[in-house]
Design a protein around this ligand. Structure first.
Ligand code: ADP
Length: 275
C-alpha cells in the first residue's frame, strides 16, 4: 500500500497498485455556488457556431425565467463576452471571482473579461488552460444558477478532457455543420463523451440552409445534410437545425444576442426544462 494512502480510493491521489475504484477528479464548487445543472456545448472543430448556440441556449433559458450562467471554456477563442456586449475586468473578493452580468441577468465568466486588452492572445500550454477552466468553476461565486452552460473549446484535447473530469457535467449538446458531418469529425467528440460516460442530449446542426430573402427558396449552401443518417449511426436525437441567418451573425457580432427575436433553439430549451 502506498505511503500516503488515505484508505478512500475515490479521494486518494497515491499511485498505488491496490486501487479498487478510480480517483474522483472532480474540482470542488465554490462555497458561494449553487449550480443545479451543468450543460456543456461541444463541437468537433472550430467555427461551426458552438458559441452562438451556447449564447442562444442561455438566452432561451433566461427567457423561460431560469437563472443562467455561461462559463466560457473556449480559452483561446472566447466569443461569449462579445455576443453579449460584455467588457471586463471581472471583480472579486476573498470569496472568489464575481461573474459579469448581461442586460438580462445572465452571469458570464470568460478569459476575455480578464485580459487587459480583448485582443490579447492567450499563449499558454494545454495544462495551464485546463487549470484556468477548473478555476472558473471552483473560484467563481456563481450564486444560484439553474443552468450553467459551458462553451467548450472545439475538439478532443486537454481542455475538454479536464472539463469532463473536473466539472459535474449533466449533459452535452453537440453542435455540428453539414460540412463537418461529411468528415465525421463530430463522431470523435461524441465518442469522447461516450467514453467518459457523459450523457449526450443530442445534435444541433448549424448552417443547415439559407433562405433566399427574395424568392423564399431554401438553399443547402454547404451541401445536403447527412444529419439524420449520422444521428442514427451515433444513436442520438436531432435537437435543432439552424439556418444561415445574417441577422443572427449581426446580433452576435454586435453584442446583442439577447435581442434576437427568432428562437431557433426553443425545442432544445423545452427539452432542457424537462431534464
Ligand atoms: P464557434 O464557437 O464554433 O467557433 P461561433 O459561434 O463563434 O463558432 O460562430 C462563428 C461565426 O459564425 C460568428 O461570427 C457567428 O456570428 C457566425 N454564425 C454562427 N452561426 C451562424 C448562423 N446560423 N447564421 C449566420 N452566422 C452564424
Amino acid at each position: 500500500m502506498a505511503e500516503n494512502c488515505t484508505h478512500d480510493c475515490s479521494t486518494c491521489s497515491a499511485n498505488c497498485g491496490e486501487r479498487t475504484e478510480p480517483q474522483d477528479l472532480r474540482a470542488p464548487a465554490n462555497a458561494g455556488s449553487r449550480v443545479k445543472k451543468v450543460i456543456a456545448v461541444v463541437s468537433g472543430k472550430g467555427g461551426v457556431g458552438k458559441s452562438t448556440v451556447t449564447a442562444g441556449l442561455a438566452v432561451a433559458m433566461a427567457r423561460r425565467g431560469k437563472k443562467v450562467g455561461v462559463l466560457d471554456a473556449d480559452i483561446t477563442g472566447p466569443s461569449i463576452p462579445k455576443a453579449f456586449g460584455l467588457h471586463g475586468p471581472l471583480t472579486g473578493d476573498d470569496k472568489g471571482m464575481v461573474p459579469a452580468e448581461t442586460r438580462t441577468g445572465i452571469k458570464v465568466v470568460s478569459v476575455n473579461l480578464l485580459t487587459e486588452n480583448e485582443t490579447d492572445p492567450v499563449i499558454w500550454r494545454g495544462p495551464v488552460i485546463a487549470g484556468l477552466v477548473t478555476q472558473f468553476w471552483s473560484d467563481t461565486v456563481w450564486g444560484d444558477v439553474d443552468y450553467l452552460f459551458v462553451d467548450m473549446p472545439p475538439g478532443t484535447g486537454d481542455v475538454p478532457l479536464t472539463v469532463f473530469q473536473s466539472l459535474p457535467v449533466d449533459g452535452i449538446v453537440v453542435v455540428t455543420s453539414p460540412q463537418e458531418l461529411v468528415g465525421m469529425i463530430v463522431a470523435k467528440a461524441v465518442n469522447m463523451a461516450k467514453l467518459m460516460n457523459i450523457p449526450i442530449l443530442g445534435l444541433v446542426e448549424n448552417y443547415s440552409w439559407f433562405e433566399c430573402p427574395d424568392c423564399g427558396k431554401r438553399h443547402a449552401i454547404y451541401g445536403e445534410s447527412r444529419l439524420d443518417d449520422v444521428a442514427l449511426e451515433l444513436g442520438l436525437p436531432v435537437l435543432a437545425r439552424l439556418p444561415i441567418d445574417p441577422t443572427l451573425a449581426k446580433a452576435c457580432d454586435g453584442g446583442r444576442v439577447e435581442e434576437v427575436a427568432q428562437n431557433y433553439l426553443e425545442e432544445v430549451a423545452q427539452r432542457l426544462n424537462q431534464e
